[in-house]
Each structure stands twice: as structure tokens, then as C-alpha cells.
Ligand binder design. Structure first.
Ligand code: CP
Ligand code: NVA
Length: 305
């Protein structure tokens, strides 16, 4: 695999084999079988939205690789005073070796990447969260040895970043993915992204509005917050999405050894109940840990090390 110098903006841009190789590398780096380093390299981390896991896992990852990471708050750089994304990107490219950015809009991330002469990694936008899905796929491979043939049910808000990336990534690696959501456009996968995912998928992608039918025999149940960063109308969303709550009763319709996943942060008592997130099926903290390992593998691969 040679992905040196490329951006990592959406899983749609990567071949299945490339994604698998990054995950294999992450597993080998986690176990210590493979050692990679990025001495004297600097990661610029631009954040327009809050973060716990993404910020810390990238920063710790760069420290472990022998490099350095700089946290850049969008509002306290000159971006906050109107300097363009493109000019900022050109300048950051002169100082840093690699960038990651968490921005509201994917279109802004593309602008940043287009002006950058160094690799740019998507650390979450409105449309995608590819690093999270890479960590999720790594976690499932660790737990089940494969992704091909598994049934993945994503419940709740299927019209936003986390569901999009889950559909794209897991179906490319051969899972059947079902988006389980209310019959309203706002909660349903964006048709363009759905079609792009279907073209690349090795498994089936379907949309289901009945929560019980959706999780029936599922090997993986995935959920995410009902009110993402940047979304409004919280009250309406919580009301509309209530039937899709991942609770013990719903989980009982899935496969008996179902894995329950959540990118975190969780809103306990809304999209997921305490008994499920703290219960025997939950692998949410393994996913969170694997952010660190998979992002180290992404960074060394994009840096060609
Ligand atoms: N899952 C995830 O990206 O978490 P943060 O928002 O805390 O970075
Ligand atoms: N969909 C969530 C994911 C958080 C990691 C959000 O965008 O807020």
C-alpha cells in the first residue's frame, strides 16, 4: 500500500484493500509487532467544534510516535477574524508535516485540503467521521475476526456523519448495513452518499423504519447521539427518535452475542440506556481506545513511513 501524501477526508476515497491494510497495521502497532515513528514531525490539529477523544487520541498518538501535536482552536486563530481557510491552510503547510481538522462543514474541509501541500485528515464534519469508523472496524475485527457477512444495524439519526461513515466503511468490508430511522428525510441517509456507498459496497445497504425489524438478528447495533454538534431542534429530535433507543428490550431481538457500539459521547437515557452501555454486549470503550491505534496507523501511512 502506498498512500503517502494523500488526504483522508472520506472512506469513499479509499479502496477496500487500503482500509484493511491500515487496520492491520494498527493492530500490529497496538501489539508492538510493528514499530513506526514520526520523529520531529508536527501534526496541526484544527478544531471548530468540541472534542474529548479525537483531540486526546491524536495528541497522545503523535507523542507516542515521537512527534509533536499543536492544538489550534479555530476561533483563537486568525480564522476567527476572517482569514480564509485556504490562506490558513497554505501557511500551516509551511510549518506542519500533517494536519487534522474538525470542522462544521465537509465543504470547508475540502477547501482546507485543496490548499494544503501536506496530508489533511478529517477529524469529523457534518458528513463524515472516517477515523471513528476505522477504529470501529478495527474493534470488530479484534472481537469477531472479520466484518464480512455481519449484520450491522445503525439506529437513530441516520442522516448525519456517523451513520454515513458506518454505512460506507462497514459495507465496503462486506457487512450488510441497515440504517434504522424514522421515515423523515432529515433522519434518513443522504441519497447521494447512499448511492456512492452502494456502488462501492461488498455487502447490502438498506433502510428500515421499524426498530425491531431493524435489529432482528443483528451482529452489531450501533447508535450515536440524537442531537449532533451543530444541530438544532433538540426537543423535536428527541421526540422523533425515542422509538429507536437502544435499550435491553430492543437488544433482545438481536443476535445473542450482539456487539453494541457507540462513538461517544453518549447521552445516557436518550439514545442508549445505562444497562446496555454498561452491559456485557457493549464495546464502546474498546472503540474509544482504538481511535489512538488506528489514527497512528493512518498518520504513518499518509506520511509514507
Ligand atoms: N467520538 C468522538 O469523536 O469523540 P469526541 O467528540 O470526544 O472527539
Ligand atoms: N454525530 C456526533 C458524533 C460525535 C463524535 C456529532 O457530530 O456530534
Amino acid at each position: 500500500m502506498n498512500i503517502k501524501g494523500r488526504h483522508f477526508l472520506t472512506l469513499l476515497d479509499y479502496k477496500t484493500e487500503e482500509l484493511k491494510e491500515i487496520i492491520d497495521l494498527a493492530i500490529d502497532m497496538k501489539s508492538g509487532k510493528t514499530v513506526k515513528n514520526l520523529p520531529n514531525k508536527t501534526l496541526g490539529m484544527l478544531f471548530q467544534k468540541p472534542s474529548t477523544r479525537t483531540r486526546i487520541s491524536f495528541e497522545v498518538g503523535m507523542t507516542q510516535l515521537g512527534g509533536h501535536a499543536i492544538y489550534l482552536d479555530f476561533r483563537t486563530t486568525q480564522l476567527g477574524r476572517g482569514e480564509t481557510i485556504s490562506d490558513t491552510s497554505k501557511v500551516l503547510s509551511r510549518y506542519c508535516d500533517i494536519l487534522m481538522a474538525r470542522l462544521y462543514k465537509q465543504t470547508d474541509l475540502v477547501e482546507l485540503a485543496n490548499a494544503s501541500s501536506i496530508p489533511v485528515i478529517n477529524a469529523l464534519t457534518d458528513l463524515y467521521h472516517p477515523c471513528q469508523t476505522m477504529a470501529d472496524m478495527m474493534t470488530v475485527i479484534e472481537k469477531r475476526g472479520k466484518i464480512k457477512g455481519l449484520k450491522v444495524a445503525f439506529l437513530g439519526d441516520c442522516g448525519f456523519n456517523m451513520c454515513n461513515s458506518t454505512i460506507i466503511g462497514f459495507s465496503k468490508l462486506g457487512a450488510d448495513v441497515v440504517a434504522v430511522c424514522p421515515d423523515k428525510d432529515v433522519y434518513t441517509p443522504n441519497p447521494e452518499i447512499l448511492n456512492a456507498a452502494k456502488k462501492q459496497a461488498a455487502g447490502n445497504i438498506t433502510v428500515e423504519h421499524d426498530p425491531i425489524r431493524g435489529v432482528m438478528n443483528a451482529d452489531i447495533i450501533y447508535t450515536d447521539t440524537w442531537v449532533s454538534m451543530g444541530q438544532e431542534d433538540a426537543e423535536q429530535r428527541i421526540k422523533d427518535l425515542r422509538p429507536y433507543q437502544v435499550n435491553e428490550k430492543l437488544v433482545s431481538h438481536a443476535s445473542k452475542d450482539v456487539l453494541v457500539m457507540h462513538c461517544l459521547p453518549a447521552h445516557r437515557g436518550q439514545e442508549i440506556t445505562d444497562d446496555v452501555i454498561d452491559g456485557p454486549h457493549s464495546i464502546v470503550f474498546d472503540e474509544a481506545e482504538n481511535r489512538l491505534h488506528v489514527q497512528k496507523a493512518i498518520m504513518v501511512s499518509l506520511m509514507g513511513v
